[in-house]
Design a protein around this ligand. Structure first.
Ligand code: WT7
Length: 645
């Protein structure tokens, strides 16, 4: 890739209104001051921010240490993240969590309720013999108990790894084995779109063989669906003490692990992204305050599931560390009717709403004027994340949902970055539909060409990199140092953190994300490795070869097309395609199911035997074929493929 062409041309711009600047947590003056401080003394500025935003058990002297790229933040400091998120707010006497279930039951937990609950559950976990550094898998929907589980792990220094409850038993098993989890916390079952999902059965399946290191499966009885107990099973209600208990939060070194979260890469199995305590918490807190302008009286609804990084940083750790009130909903967006989101906002006076472009496009499609039937006046800030938002969806969000009064913060970041990196600050940035605007203070982003030279001029696409380490950066990949260096640092000889995204500037210095530069696709805001899906497909007994590419999709942003050649011919292709979708769903989860499947006699390959994915991408996207096809070993296959896609 040299310079990537870019021709987006969006001219609408919305400046901050007076009510966005008045009483804002972070103003233009703050920005100027902080930018200057970062320029003069970067470490001191991070140090001041860490001291003023985090409650330390023991303060630190070392701001950043370690051998590049294995940086450590505030490493001689000690803290407990759970104490930061809960203990320090109990005197506020306010709601911490408002939980709405799919069948519309509403439950509110105050900070004191949460504190008592976490202490009891921490007591139970400790009684099971779990100690600092042990790994615990959390396989649960987004309910108060899963948050209690996360914060109890954090209280005891246990490293949690939340696995999205929609992942299959095989995907779950890979993660359990990779981190050698000592315990798994799950639910008996939960409801999604009116259907029962039996999580416990999926866990049983996942640990059937080779998981002797798992001592306990803790089951929260969420749905009265547990029929029998296995030897490793313990019930949440049995181990939770009846009377109140107090468990001292374990003082952790700032660079000790808080959690592992698995995410897809361009090759091989998912990567266990490691996040530590102090640095991670700092960027979570400041971005909640700056980007979302989070205040005491706000009700913050981030619709992300706790199984993703957004659920970690903008449902649990960030907002709670700020002492905010969060709303969580553990149902499907369109169930039992398509106005569920608007109804929840209206009934609960949600003031900050953070969701994904896919959700917005879906809602726009099912009821473009629906938000007008609800009183959404409580809203003051809207956010989006996960994938580029198309200007049409942006304008709808802005005008129909926000009544042109609420700034939209389009936040760019990744599982690896821990928190927002590029995002507007509502009182400062002018908004243009489709751009995540500018890097936040302290975040040193650049767009570079193939030689690592900075591309400063507008409309030159290149690799998006981060030049200086930042506190919430990943600490590495669990169990694989080499892969960490190789994936994120090697492309520009360890000079920059490589995001894997391509981007460009516009004339005003705003950053426009253009897409991925690697074999990662982004379906409905979820990152999937094409190699992962390909290896799932080729493990099917009838599949000889598989190549997976993405194409533009109206709702999902990107969708998957799989090109398949079979070991033996099969009569009913549409039945087989359904079987293969089921197969992928079983191996990974239903989010990875290919939308389109095309069968051909073979796949286009170079003479050295490499599948020409670029050519398949052109075909799937209905583009002209740009690659030189004369190097193909089997040129005639193109004509066949053209007929079937
Ligand atoms: C990838 C990270 C960050 C939480 C959700 C996804 C894409 C993320 C944006 C945005 C354009 C975006 C990037 C990034 N992405 N936010 N505002 N505009 N693209 O986390 O699974 O780690 O995926 O999502 O491609 O690299 P993730």
């Amino acid at each position: 890739m040299s310079i990537i062409e870019s021709n987006l041309d969006e001219k609408r711009s919305f400046s901050p209104r007076e009510d966005h600047t008045k009483d804002a947590n972070f103003t233009k003056k703050d920005l100027l001051r902080l930018t200057k401080q970062f320029k003069n003394n970067r470490n001191k500025t991070w140090s001041d921010l860490a001291k003023s935003n985090i409650l330390w058990d023991k303060s630190f002297n070392d701001v950043i240490s370690g051998k590049a790229p294995f940086y450590k933040w505030f490493s001689d400091g000690k803290l407990n993240v759970s104490k930061n998120c809960v203990d320090r707010h109990i005197s506020k006497n306010k709601s911490a969590i408002i939980h709405i279930s799919e069948n519309n039951k509403r439950k509110v937990l105050s900070y004191s309720d949460l504190y008592i609950y976490i202490n009891k559950f921490s007591y139970a976990l400790r009684k099971l013999g779990l100690t600092s550094g042990d790994r615990v898998i959390i396989y649960m929907p987004t309910i108060p108990e899963s948050i209690v589980a996360m914060l109890s792990c954090a209280r005891l220094g246990l490293i949690h790894s939340v696995v999205f409850a929609g992942f299959s038993s095989i995907a779950l098993r890979d993660r359990i084995i990779d981190c050698k989890a000592k315990a798994i916390i799950t639910v008996d079952a939960y409801m999604r779109s009116g259907k029962i999902i039996n999580s416990k059965e999926i866990v049983d399946d996942a640990i059937k063989v080779d998981c002797e290191f798992v001592d306990n499966v803790i089951v929260y009885e969420n749905h009265d669906a547990l029929s029998s107990k296995k030897t490793k099973d313990v019930l949440w209600s049995e181990i939770l003490p009846r009377e109140e208990k107090y468990i001292d939060p374990v003082s952790m070194s700032s660079d000790e692990l808080l959690f592992i979260l698995y995410t897809s890469g361009s090759t091989g199995k998912p990567k266990g992204i490691m996040h530590t305590s102090g640095g991670y918490l700092l960027n979570c807190i400041i971005t909640n305050k700056w980007v979302f302008d989070l205040k005491d009286q706000d009700i913050f609804w981030c619709t992300a599931d706790i199984g993703w990084i957004t659920g970690h940083s903008y449902v649990v750790y960030g907002p709670l560390a700020c002492g905010a009130t969060i709303l969580i909903y553990d149902g499907a967006p369109l169930y039992p009717h398509s106005n569920r989101f608007w109804e929840i906002i209206q009934e609960n006076n949600v003031s900050i709403f953070y969701t994904a472009p896919t959700a917005l496009r879906t809602l726009m499609k099912v009821g473009e004027n629906d938000p007008s039937n609800y009183n959404l006046e409580s809203l003051r800030i809207l956010g989006t994340v996960g994938e580029p938002i198309n200007p049409k969806a942006w304008m709808w969000y802005f005008e129909t949902v926000g009544k042109s009064l609420c700034p939209i913060v389009d936040t760019w970041w990744q599982t690896e970055t821990g928190a927002n990196m590029i995002a507007p600050i509502p009182s400062i940035n002018s908004l243009i539909p489709g751009t995540c605007t500018k890097p936040l203070p302290g975040i040193d982003v650049a767009i570079v060409d193939i030689n690592g030279e900075e591309l400063r001029d507008p409309n030159q696409g290149g690799d998006l990199v981060i030049r200086q380490p930042w506190p919430s950066m990943l600490a590495g990949i669990w169990g694989d140092k080499d892969r960490y260096v190789e994936t994120y640092w090697s492309k520009y000889s360890s000079k920059y953190y490589v995001t894997g995204d391509t981007a460009r500037y516009d004339e005003d210095g705003n950053i426009w994300i253009m897409g991925r530069s690697d074999d990662v696709v982004n379906v409905s805001g979820h990152r999937l490795g094409t190699m992962e899906i390909e290896s799932a497909l080729v493990s099917h007994r009838l599949v000889a070869e598989a190549a997976v590419v993405s194409y533009k999709h109206e709702i999902k942003g990107e969708a998957i097309q799989a090109f398949i050649s079979l070991k033996q011919s099969s009569k009913n292709k549409s039945e087989l395609a359904d079987d293969l979708r089921q197969w992928v769903s079983l191996k990974i989860g239903s989010i990875a199911k290919p939308e389109r499947i095309s069968f051909s006699d073979s796949l286009p390959k170079t003479r050295s035997g490499k599948i020409m994915r670029r050519l398949l991408r052109n075909l799937a996207r209905g583009e002209d074929i740009t690659s030189d096809t004369s190097t193909l070993e089997n040129e005639s296959i193109i004509e066949q493929l053209k007929k079937i896609v």
